[in-house]
Design a protein around this ligand. Structure first.
Ligand SMILES: *Cc1c(COP(=O)(O)O)cnc(C)c1O
Length: 233
């Protein structure tokens, strides 16, 4: 089942790439982050056996419990909001923090990474649609924080993360992802090593890829619906 789901998702990504109209060079590929939150740790080994190396989790505590169970295979991405007081744990558990959403948090990540003598890879999450219930930098906050990045040598900004509004109106989703792509292109001109535009989940990853995403975060389309009552460990 998992293998079939993966094949389907990969096929859909290829089809969406083919729909892109000259936005990126041909031969571009999309990095799949398998979102394993609220599923048992064992599925991480299963998806990795199928060749997927990027694992997405949205909570520090859950990632820690899973790593106690199965170790730290592959590349772990934090995709959920991170409280500053958990920055220390997060830099030890994750290879990339996709959900950096405040200057305060960036400073904490820098400080804790310095203590571990590492440089943590970070995506800046932008709340493109300005949804009040969502985290992420508002566009003006994002602009302001870019000037501060040079002061933080133990984090490395690698790109941008965007979550689209939960709406059946695909034109809204297209427009939000298109804006995300514009932010990405702009950031590429301003900074070195900007390589990732993380947009799209199970419901909208095809639109995201069409609009220029090169990293998608897919959970339920691979693993089925999440059972919040039983995480299986
Ligand atoms: C849960 C989650 C996903 C994956 O959601 P699915 O709809 O199951 O694919 C992607 N991104 C973020 C930020 C999430 O919290």
């Amino acid at each position: 089942m998992l293998a079939e789901n993966l094949q389907k998702v990969s096929g859909n990504i290829e089809a969406a790439l083919a729909k892109r109209t000259g936005k990126m060079q041909s031969g571009d590929s999309v990095c799949l982050v398998a979102v394993t939150k609220n599923h048992p740790a064992e599925i991480i080994s299963e998806i990795e056996a199928l060749g997927v190396v990027n694992i997405g989790e949205n909570r520090v505590q859950e990632a820690r419990e899973k790593q106690e169970h199965i170790g730290h295979p592959g590349h772990w991405h934090l995709i959920g909001h991170l409280q500053t007081n958990k920055a220390k744990q997060a830099v030890g558990l994750f290879d990339m923090i996709e959900s950096a959403d405040s200057e305060h948090l960036l400073r904490a990540l820098d400080k804790e990474s310095a203590k571990l003598d590492k440089v943590t890879e970070v995506l800046l999450q932008i709340n493109v649609a300005r949804e009040p219930q969502k985290t992420g930098f508002l566009p003006e906050e994002y602009e302001a924080v870019l000037d501060k990045i040079d002061e933080l040598p133990h984090i490395k900004i690698r790109g941008i993360m965007v979550i689209a509004p939960n709406t059946p109106d695909e034109s809204v989703i297209h427009s939000v992802f298109h804006k995300g792509y514009e932010y990405f292109c702009d950031l590429k001109e301003r900074m070195e090593d900007i390589d990732y535009l993380s947009m799209g989940m199970s419901g909208d990853y095809e639109i995201a890829v069409e609009e220029g995403a090169n990293m998608v975060r897919v959970g339920s389309a691979l693993f089925g619906a999440r059972d919040y009552g039983n995480r299986g460990y």
